[in-house]
Write a protein of this length. Sequence first.
Length: 239
Amino acid sequence: MQLVLLAAGRGNRLPKKFRNQPKCMTLIKNKSILDHNLNFYKKFNNRIIITGYKSEKIKTFAKKYDFKILKNIKFRSTNMVFSLFLSSKFIKQDVVICYGDIIFDESIYKKLNLKGNLMPVNLNWLNLWKRRMATKMIRKDAENLIIKDGYLNSIGGKIKKIYPSSQFMGLLKLEKKSFFMMRSFFNKLNNKKIDMTSFINKVIKIKNLKIKTIKYKKKWLEIDNHKDIKVSNSSLKKW
């Protein structure tokens, strides 16, 4: 497997004082978000990082840990799906896609190394969300996710009545053939700013892509705003 790390984001919901660097370089307990996941990244011999906002701030990290650096020069007008497929000509194996604003347990690698298209889903997400935001905001921020017979049936869109049992974590493993099928599908879309979960949902529905879900209960944090930084600092003390 090879790794594609999506790290082009600015962090628009973070206070201005945090925007002098890419979102993925935000410090949590005196370490960048990326540094917290180093043991996971190092398990891959082939590592690609997609940069964008203030990309020069990531170069030292990327070179030190032998990432191939690709820059999304259109990061302001595109989204993560566009960033992902910039890596296409360098994909030679099955690929693990990882968001640059999450912190998680490295043990997930073993499950991602199994055959097939795989998506870890977090079962403890609601407890985390209740610490991150007011209850009334959860339905606005979290996304619906439906699983049938262990496979992803639907993802994206707002939660309606019942909270889903799990949430997408920002990690996805794709077989090489699935990656290139998705790239071809994306190239035909008129919407180049489509978000990742909406895109995955379209591929599932239109191209009948099969993605097996992996239940996950261990460490996982998502950093979007200043409250998340506080929650993450507190949570990491317990782990």
